[in-house]
Design a protein around this ligand. Structure first.
Ligand code: NAD
Ligand code: DAU
Length: 338
């Protein structure tokens, strides 16, 4: 494993993974293959822009010819697929691109991996298990019960990846991560959205009663676990990656506001997300047994993330542009009026 194609590598987790990989394995070549949708941002990769081991290819994973060309040109031996449409609220407004990229795009990558005999790793999510009742944590061979168009598109991709392993013997692994937070996350997701709103004294639109539970994990910890699965995971297997610690959204928001130094009065309860999953919870025994443990507690992860946004206004003010404002109005305009 020396020539990695990181699809979706200009996005939040992908970019953190690329930065970490180039630092950790100075003899690897890392080829970022990315469509640069609204969520893709080459600013996330500025730290490696002049690294001769880093290359950028602008392309869509649904474009089989372009994928093939990149694989041949760079002698790719491994694909790590982060590329996806990733925001649940946008999948409710318009699922089309979610199906295209996660279902068809994953199939295109799998075909290319089969043709060229590549190792393949799929980045998946705890959302594929659906809403989890209190007292239970999902294990890797649980049935998939996705409930949003986003989660359904990711579950479909997982099933296709597993089918390519079973049918064609493709050497695959899959990791299912919980909510990541940290540097370079597009500010539609709750932690960067609320941090940047709080910095500007704007209300924080908390869905419903705010008592939904998520496992917020620091992105660097998640990337370390992906690296471990890539190098030491058993072929054909799935690995959950989380913290084992659940947080209610309201608890997360209070830490966030205290770190920014703003009043809790900025919290505004608004109409809930349609079909909102109340709780995700991962059993992480398998990844712990492989030799990983998270470095950050969820509290530390929230504080460290908030501080990054406070220190990096240059990054997020560029990203909160006119298109962002249009999306914000569509998603929150009515909600914030009532
Ligand atoms: P992101 O939205 O920040 O980035 C997605 C990247 O994929 C962008 O750079 C975008 O340009 C690229 N992309 C989208 N469609 C593409 C296409 N058709 N061809 C090529 N590139 C394309 O996403 P993220 O939050 O970094 O998530 C990365 C992966 O991790 C996704 O697969 C997501 O489902 C999964 N995941 C995310 C989280 C989380 O908390 N953010 C948790 C678990 C799993
Ligand atoms: O669990 C992993 C998933 O985490 C990833 O697969 C997804 O790509 C990623 O977007 C994330 O999904 P969530 O829907 O959990 O993340 P989001 O940041 O959108 O929301 C986190 C929680 O905060 C969720 O319970 C909804 C709530 N929320 C979110 C937003 C954007 C609010 O209360 N208000 C908001 O404005």
């Amino acid at each position: 494993m020396k020539n990695l194609m990181v699809t979706g590598g200009a996005g939040f987790i992908g970019a953190n993974f690329v930065l970490q990989t180039l630092h950790k394995y100075p003899d690897y070549q890392v080829i970022v293959y990315d469509k640069l949708t609204y969520a893709g941002n080459t600013d996330n990769l500025l730290d490696v822009a002049n690294n001769p081991h880093y290359h950028f290819v602008h392309g869509d994973i649904c474009d089989a010819a372009a994928v093939e060309k990149a694989i041949v040109n760079y002698g790719i031996d491994t694909i790590v697929n982060f590329a996806a449409e990733t925001h649940v609220d946008r999948s409710i407004l318009n699922p089309d691109a979610f199906v295209q990229t996660s279902v068809y795009g994953t199939y295109v990558l799998l075909e290319a991996a089969k043709k060229h005999g590549l190792r393949y790793h799929q980045i998946s999510t705890d959302e594929v298990y659906g809403d989890i009742p209190e007292g239970y944590s999902s294990v890797e061979d649980d049935p998939l019960r996705p409930r949003s168009p986003y989660a359904a598109s990711k579950a479909s991709a997982d099933l296709m990846v597993q089918a390519y392993h079973i049918t064609y013997g493709l050497p695959i692994t899959i990791s299912r991560g919980s909510n990541n937070i940290g540097p370079y996350q597009y500010p539609e997701k709750v932690v960067p959205l609320f941090t940047t709103n709080a910095m500007d004294g704007k209300p924080l639109p908390l869905y419903g009663d705010g008592r939904q539970k998520r496992e917020y994990q620091f992105v660097g910890d998640h990337c370390e676990a992906i690296d471990l699965v890539l190098h030491k995971g058993t072929i054909g297997e799935v690995y959950n990656i989380g913290t084992g610690v659940e947080f209610e959204n309201v608890e997360m928001v209070e830490i966030l506001l205290d770190t920014v130094g703003r009043s809790h009065d900025l919290i505004k309860h608004v109409t809930d997300r349609a079909g909102h999953d109340r709780r995700y919870s991962l059993n992480i025994g398998k990844i712990l047994r492989l030799g990983w443990e998270p470095e950050h507690t969820p509290e530390d992860a929230v504080r460290k993330t908030v501080r990054w946004y406070m220190d990096n206004e240059w990054w997020w003010r560029k990203v909160r542009d006119q298109d962002f404002d249009k999306y914000y109005e569509k998603q929150y305009g009515e909600r914030l009026k009532s």
